[in-house]
Design a protein around this ligand. Sequence first.
Ligand code: ADP
Length: 698
Amino acid sequence: MDSQMLIKTHAHTMLEHMPVGVALFDAQDLRLLAANTLFQTLIDTLLDPAWKNGRAIGHPISDYLPRAEETGLMTIFRTVAETGVPYRTGEWSFPAIDGDITYWSWTLDPLRDSDGHIIQLLQTASEITAHVLARQEAERVQASLSQTNRIAETDRKRLQVIETVARSIRESLDIDSISMAALKAVSTCFDPLYVYTHIANPVQKALDLLHIHPVPVENPSYSTLQHIPYGSSFPIAQAYKQHNPIIIEDLQAAPSLDTADSNHPLVMSDARGYACVPLWFGVTFEGTLTAVFKESIAADGPEVQALMGSGIHIAAALAHARLRKVVENERTRLRAVLDQLPEGILIVEAANGSISYANAAAAYILGIPVTSLIGIPLNRHPQINVVMQMNNRPIFPWNFAVIRALSGETISSQEAIVTRPNGSKVITLSSSAPLHVEDGSISGAVIVFQDVTVQKSLEQQKNEFISIASHELRTPITAIQGFAELLQVSATQEQSLNPQSLRALTFINEQSQSLTRLIEEMLDLTRIENAQLLLNLAPHDLISTIQHVIEIQATVDKNHDIQLLLEGLQDTDTLIGVFDENRIVQVLNNLISNAIKYSPAGSRIEVGLRYSPTTSHEALMWVKDSGIGIAANELPHIFKRFHRASRLDRSISGLGIGLYLVEEVVTRHHGRVWAESTEGDGSTFYVQLPVLPDRVPS
Ligand code: ADP
């Protein structure tokens, strides 16, 4: 083999083993002159079966590749053949015979003769379909991944805004910090031109700007935003009317905007997206949250969702702040009222027992400044501890009253002596009551008190006066009564006086007796006041005591029919009770004299005593008349000191002390007294007294 031949053989071998398809075309008619096996295999996917397996060699491209023209392949070949400029392509698509798209990377180079004429074209080709498809798939995955990432990112931003707002609410309920936190979060996440909150002003029917972020510099729109009446055509006002968010996807293209809005400086600026969320808390409109964006926005975009999501929290915070303000105002108003009151008021908290409120009068009466009273538990103020009660009975400190009030009791009219820090003493009249919160639980207690030192000292003086006067009166009256009785006896014996003078003497005697009774009652009154009414307790027979009283009363008053009625007992029985006999006689006398006094002459008065083994530890006595009776509205008051029925015939003498003494005496015997009466139809007074069950009737 000559050397030429050898080179050809080597060249052929090399071409056959190249990893690319190589083909040679005639530059004139674009006939395929030669192709290595790889090229033939590669183009077989594009060829009709008749052209496969190298049958295309020797034929122009347009014969075996009919779509070469329409795909632009022919143009490339012709251009290279004419211009000599090589062609390179990295990714050429060509339909395979089965219709699938195939991808090729190929080159086309001109081959010249020794004169420089282009005589042939050399094509190299590799099929890269699998590679391109794989890349396309990767691109698709990448695209969908970034789409998911975008969604996740916007979701994250939306949640970040809502979470920031929610967190700021948890940290503080101050509306300023919540609003600012919301605006900053929206700004950070969505980069709006402006974001602002308005607060509803229902009195002026307008929205007042609360915050704007960032604060505009020399922006004329800023001032128009300050105060927006509900009736204005601003989208913000529309949000209130419509209840729903106003979303303008593109301000510049929004045909629905009124002229007022399209002239709005924000609209005239570059702003495009606009979202205004009305802040409703239940049925109350609290304000708006608005954001203006450089870019247009989507109605359901993350910005809008973030605004709506945080809007719910801001509305709740605004409502809370508003209600707190209402409560605060109400509290301030109430405190102003309380501070004007002449009564001292202390409020003690259930939680820690300390004083949370003291009014000016409390500070004045106690002689302790308000600031020193507040915050300190009541029992730590030694001065406020009560020295003693007025009647020298055991000490009843205020904190006891407060503890009882904290357990739900109301304690009224407690008199006490309080020592001020300067040592002076003040007599107080106080009442304590529990303070309830909405759910009914007790949150604290209130003590209301007044300084009754002056009244008390006047009362004391009056009592002293009555006491002295009564003592002074008692001596001459006893003398008058004694001498009248003496005269009466001797005159009756000696018959030295005419009947008229004798009647006068009897009258003097009776009147001085009732005067003595009155004086005794007045003395008893002062004894009670000064805690000097002492009982001389001993066992006595109640039946004989009553019988004795009736006997005396019947001899004194002959105008009434006084009858004893025993129930569950015989006149011969004994019913023993431990009592001060004189005092029980006084009780019966008072009740019977009232029955006599308030019922017509000739009427019957029933004095009863009932004893039943079922209630063996107590006996029931009653005095029943058929007199004028007591009006229903008077009934609750008749046992009060100096109380007399208002419609009483003033010619009926009395001081209104008798029943007060009756109640005091009966209560001190651990008994009970009450009355039943119908006006015009008589009264019955009942007295229940403890008796000794083991000394029951024989
Ligand atoms: P007085 O000295 O006025 O009788 P009391 O304390 O004994 O004072 O009674 C108080 C008031 O109760 C009387 O003023 C009277 O209005 C009324 N009262 C008491 N007992 C009777 C009665 N038996 N019938 C009608 N009213 C009575």
